[in-house]
Design a protein around this ligand. Structure first.
Ligand SMILES: Cc1ncc(COP(=O)(O)O)c(C=O)c1O
Length: 290
């Protein structure tokens, strides 16, 4: 088994070159740096298999289309590049971080112009192996008003609102926040939300208020395959407190059960039975690399 990658030994990809992380430099005039004018993806890799690499590339294309930035590569070129960057950073549990910004302009100007190549950066993040026993203890969260913009379907590098929201959760000494807009739940600070009502799985529908998570997509597929009824509908804040279970799901966190929300225990303060089943299916999916 290969040893995990450490930051010091990281080989990253920047604009056509592979180089040590410490030597990867971009211009201060990069629009990603000046404006957060870029998009990104985080693609989990188990063993040597990307988990739903095709879905991540589909979402990347969606984000690029939404900000009118041309995709600098074809899907097959991306896949080849992913394979090369993974080869240079061996390990078992990893994730590819890919960021594309609108590149470097000679002056600081919001206006978009043609003729400037995008900045492409890629690194491999070591991902901690999920400790199922620890995860089953669950996490605490608070509800916070979601003050982000009306374009949360874009996986944008402009993340200052998310940083502020997470900071609010940290100050409240909880792991995460469930975001609520006009009385209805959108998602977590970097995850999608599910609730369990009896035998039914409920999640807010995709749209401009939340990111269409790939883990969310996997969970919905697994529920369907296993005959669990699924409803995608708006979820009121009040519905949260009556839920049998609440989960927050993302590529790096997988599926975290929320066992305390605000001052209220959820599923008696422990991971619920539906979570146990879904985690089992999810682990099999990971091993199969589908
Ligand atoms: C705002 C937001 N929602 C949802 C997710 C979950 O997406 P995925 O399952 O593709 O990791 C993320 C992941 O980072 C996120 O940042």
């Amino acid at each position: 088994m290969s040893s995990p990658i450490s930051a010091a030994r990281q080989t990253v990809y920047l604009n056509g070159c592979f180089l040590p992380l410490a030597e990867a430099k971009i211009s201060v005039m990069d629009r990603g740096f000046l404006f957060g004018d870029g998009v990104y993806e985080v693609i989990p890799v188990f063993g040597h298999k990307l988990l739903r690499g095709d879905a991540h590339l589909r979402r990347l294309q969606h984000s690029l289309d939404r900000i009118s930035l041309q995709n600098p590569m074809s899907d097959s070129d991306w896949m080849q590049l992913f394979a090369r960057v993974l080869e240079k950073n061996p390990g078992e549990n990893r994730a590819i971080y890919l960021q594309i910004s609108r590149g470097v302009y000679p002056s600081r100007d919001l206006t978009v112009k043609s003729g400037y190549p995008a900045t492409i950066f890629m690194m491999v993040l070591p991902v901690k192996e999920i400790d199922l026993a620890l995860l089953a203890k669950g996490i605490k969260a608070i509800t916070i008003e979601d003050f982000r913009w009306d374009a949360c379907d874009i996986k944008s590098t402009s993340l200052v609102a998310s940083v502020m929201l997470r900071q609010q959760a940290t100050r409240a000494k909880v792991e995460d926040a469930v975001l609520v807009k006009h009385g209805y739940v959108t998602e977590g600070t970097a995850s999608n939300l599910f609730l369990v009502d009896g035998n039914t799985l409920i999640t807010p529908p995709t749209g401009h208020q939340l990111l269409s998570g790939i883990t969310r997509e996997i969970i919905l597929d697994l529920a369907t395959e296993n005959n669990i009824p699924v409803i995608q509908r708006p979820v009121s804040q009040q519905a949260l407190y009556h839920a049998d279970e609440i989960w927050l799901a993302s590529s790096t966190r997988e599926i975290a059960p929320v066992v305390k929300l605000d001052d209220q225990l959820i599923s008696k303060g422990a991971a619920g039975p539906m979570w146990q089943r879904m985690m089992g299916w999810y682990q099999l999916q990971k091993q199969a690399g589908r």
